[in-house]
Design a protein around this ligand. Structure first.
Ligand SMILES: *Cc1c(COP(=O)(O)O)cnc(C)c1O
Length: 433
């Protein structure tokens, strides 16, 4: 038994489902070739940074205790700075997640009396408490940092007049979220981020421009720091960790911004000099090395899913043809059964915990039950194939990741099989192409 369709059948994918997937893949050859070329470019970019900084075996060893003179940690930060074309970077396991990295960048670069501006609408949910949009212990608001927001216009474009009016003598830092997160607005391309930054600089040259780069790293050949961002910030259990980093976050940017962040992460007077890397550096280096190709696999999965479900009549965001600037895909099923079957299919395709069945539950912090599918080697990692959906209108799932394209493909076929088994999608619909 070496035929692919039989292998899929032995994993519960019916022949008709597999054939439907093959037809869709046939339409995507050019699209995938483009994604591969971007991965190739970015692979070389990372390799060049590793070589330039003379990464050697000694860099893979860790330190303990204070972590003074941690060669591997300091060299890795040079590597990140070179890939993002920034003056410096902070890449640490002591940064616990993406939210922490963003909070760190904000808290360390803002002072009482300063104002923070988001010119692209509401930021990611977890930042609401960091900023104090929702009251929270230790928020920027508690420290006397005010916040202003200018929403995107209804067609998704920047509200330039509104932004001009919002910038004032207190405006110190502008936060721009690249990925749409759980909103329906489009994800911003690096080019659009660049024009927004130029516009803001014309009005106020010394404002700090920070980009929440979560889910965007290596999707394009350039990063926001190539178009004027003073800081780019992200999580290592998303794209740049390549699936191998088990924890961590990064900030890459201007020397002064990074110095501020380091002194806040550790302590005034200590900065970057402390922070033992323990045994974690091999996963950080190797994950970063693999990240361009891992991101490409996740991206192909997102494009594949958009094409599968759009053809079956569902609304998909981004749509089947749109250019991509992050790895998130959403599919609007319109019914609870659709969301549940999709997530159960993703779970059933996982390398870890494939035998468990996810169900909607009342998660803290959400206003409706949420179903989550995640069978990951690293807990909560969303560069690994994962999906979730709130049980409320419009009954959409958000999914992302896949450490390899083959696994992302299998997961999406498995979701489709579940939808067919559950009677949500009719098998006859597969024959219509
Ligand atoms: C994931 C994400 C965050 C927060 O990262 P966590 O690691 O979950 O704390 C922030 N912003 C965006 C756009 C994200 O996708």
């Amino acid at each position: 038994m070496t035929h692919l369709s039989e292998m899929y059948q032995s994993l519960g994918i019916e022949r008709e489902v597999w054939e439907f997937g093959e037809k869709i893949c046939g339409f995507l050859k050019e699209r995938f070739a483009e994604i591969d070329e971007t991965a190739e470019y970015n692979q070389l970019k990372v390799l060049q940074a590793l070589q330039k900084n003379r990464v050697g075996e000694a860099c893979l060893l860790g330190t303990t205790g204070y972590g003074y003179n941690d060669l591997g940690r300091d060299t890795l930060e040079r590597v990140y700075a070179d890939v993002f074309h920034t003056e410096d970077a902070l890449v640490r396991p002591q940064i616990t997640c993406g939210t922490h990295a963003l909070a760190l960048a904000l808290h360390s670069n803002l002072r009482p009396g300063d104002e923070l501006l988001s010119p692209v609408g509401k930021p990611y949910d977890t930042l609401e408490e960091v900023i104090g949009i929702r009251e929270s212990n230790g928020s920027l608001k508690e420290y006397g940092v005010t916040y202003r927001q200018v929403d995107l216009l209804s067609d998704g474009s920047f509200d330039y007049d509104g932004i001009r009016r919002a910038i004032n003598e207190k405006t110190k830092l502008v936060t721009i979220q690249r990925s749409k997160g759980y909103q329906t607005r489009p994800t911003l391309s690096v080019e659009r981020i660049g024009s927004l930054i130029s516009f803001i600089r014309e009005i106020k040259p010394d404002v700090i421009c920070m980009v929440d780069n979560c889910y965007g790293e290596f999707v394009e050949r350039v990063e926001p720091s190539d178009v004027g961002a003073d800081m780019v910030v992200g999580s290592l259990i998303k794209n740049p960790g390549g699936g191998l980093a088990p924890i961590g976050g990064y900030i890459a940017g201007k020397k002064e911004c990074i110095e501020n962040a380091a002194h806040r992460l550790t302590s005034p007077g200590l900065g970057k000099e402390v922070g033992a890397s323990l045994g974690i550096l091999p996963s950080f280096y190797q994950g970063f090395f693999l990240a361009p190709v891992v991101t490409a696999g996740a991206l192909k999965g997102a494009v594949f899913a958009a094409n599968i479900y759009e053809r079956l009549g569902y609304q998909v965001i981004p749509d089947s043809r749109e250019s991509r600037h992050d790895i998130i895909q959403s599919v609007v099923f319109g019914t609870p059964e659709g969301v549940i079957s999709f997530c159960q299919g993703i779970q059933a395709a996982a390398p870890v915990d494939s035998h468990v069945t996810p169900e909607p539950w009342d998660m803290p912090g959400y206003d409706s039950p949420v179903i989550m599918a995640a069978g990951a080697f690293v807990s909560g990692s969303s560069i690994e194939l994962s999906a979730d959906g709130p049980m409320k209108e419009p009954y959409a799932v958000y999914f992302q990741g896949g450490l390899t394209w083959d696994h992302a493909k299998f997961g999406i076929l498995k979701s489709l099989q579940m939808l067919i088994d559950g009677g949500v999608v009719k098998k006859d619909d597969l024959l219509s192409i």
